[in-house]
Design a protein around this ligand. Structure first.
Ligand SMILES: *Cc1c(COP(=O)(O)O)cnc(C)c1O
Length: 380
């Protein structure tokens, strides 16, 4: 996301070792997928997320498509998901012919409202797809209990939540399957990329096949079989070693990146708190039993008009602030699938009031001061 603003909304971070690692790939004679850097990234993710198997993919969207394939999603099935999320939580299931059932969100964390889920479960429901907004966990204990009672598979769209925790458990290890994003707007990036996290050991072997065009090439590469062949459906979800090399540099720099993001987030929060209270503006809510990954920072403006005016005020100071999701049930596709206005009032309300502030690891203290001063010079 390049920007003509003095302070852009996002600027992808470069940790320093990316180019060295890219040169190693170019000199090493293995540029397609599943080479040494892919394995290094997967091993790092598995170390960070105990109990999971990680497979790099070309995007989070593709990891979710793999998840939908693995769970045999199809016509006649329903998938429960929050109304306030990115299209990629829903699309992979819709592509398979399953029906998305949109549930409203909680006004505090902006995550799926677990209290509303039971009313949306039918005998066609197979999957509960959750998304941890800003990497602040959903109410996973009640959701897991509900899913177990009704025999539902849980898929975590964990695009925001690498490094997040719920009651000590790493996000991405709470569901049967989870997806990570390494898009340039995320904390760790290789431009475009993702990973499927598999927490059910019985799904690992098939996931490798589906990711490798429906063949058993992964076993062939490990020397377990003498030739590979077509054994299942599948597609090409394996990223090149060039992307894995870039990603590896970022994953290795994660402590540095996260320390910087924590600093920026904490500074936004403490500097804005008195102003926000006086101006009737809400700040992100992080319940005490959750660790957040410092993925985004937003203001919950009192009205849509106040949001438009603050956004324009900041644009006048050459600062790019942005809104977020259009609730999926009220989107053109959502309406075609049966969504109607009024169905998810909290999502509809807050989607008109969220304003996300510039937030990236390389936002300097001076630039953040400038953003803070510009916000606080605005009068409601
Ligand atoms: C970024 C994002 C995705 C998509 O990630 P890609 O890697 O671009 O496919 C999916 N879900 C959520 C919630 C996201 O924020």
């Amino acid at each position: 996301m390049s920007s003509r603003y003095r302070i852009p909304f996002n600027r992808p971070h470069v940790s320093g070792k990316e180019l060295t690692y890219l040169q190693q790939v170019m000199a090493g004679g293995h540029a397609s997928g599943d080479g040494p850097f892919t394995k290094r990234c997967q091993a790092l993710l598995e170390e960070m997320l105990p109990g999971t198997r990680a497979l790099l993919t070309t995007s989070c969207t593709h990891a979710l498509e793999l998840a939908a394939l693995l769970l045999d999603a199809g016509p006649g099935q329903e998938v429960i998901l929050p109304a306030y999320t990115f299209v990629s939580t829903a699309n992979p299931f819709v592509l398979r012919g399953a029906l998305p059932v949109f549930v409203d969100i909680r006004a505090d964390t902006l995550n799926i409202d677990e209290r509303l889920v039971p009313d949306h479960i039918s005998d066609r429901t197979t999957t509960l797809a959750v998304m941890h907004y800003g990497g602040i966990a959903c109410e996973m204990d009640p959701l897991t209990t509900l899913a177990a009672r009704h025999g539902l598979q849980i898929v975590e769209d964990n695009a925001h939540g690498l490094f997040g925790r719920y009651r000590g458990r790493a996000l991405g290890t709470c569901g049967h399957l989870a997806a990570l994003s390494f898009h340039e707007t995320k904390n760790i990036t290789c431009g475009e990329g993702g990973a499927l996290l598999i927490n059910d050991p019985e799904l690992v072997a098939r996931a490798e096949v589906l990711r490798e065009k429906g063949t058993d090439r992964s076993r062939f590469f490990r020397g377990e079989i003498s030739r590979y062949t077509w054994i299942d459906v599948g597609s090409s979800y394996l990223p090149s070693e060039l992307l894995a090399a870039y990603l590896c540099a970022q994953l290795e720099a994660r402590d540095c990146i996260q320390a910087r993001r924590r600093q920026i987030w904490t500074r936004y929060y403490s500097a804005l708190e008195p102003w926000a209270t006086a101006a009737g503006v809400g700040l992100p809510c992080v319940p005490a039993d959750r660790d957040q990954p410092f993925h985004l920072f937003y203001l919950m403006m009192p009205t849509p008009e106040a949001r438009a005016r603050l956004k324009a005020h900041l644009a006048g100071a050459d600062i790019f602030s942005v809104s977020h999701y259009v609730p999926l049930h009220s989107s053109p596709v959502g309406r075609r699938l049966g969504g109607r206005p009024g169905q998810c009032p909290v999502a509809e309300d807050i989607s008109e009031r969220v304003l996300r502030l510039p937030f990236y690891a390389d936002l300097t203290a001076d630039d953040q001061d400038y953003v803070l001063a510009s916000i606080m010079s605005w009068r409601p």
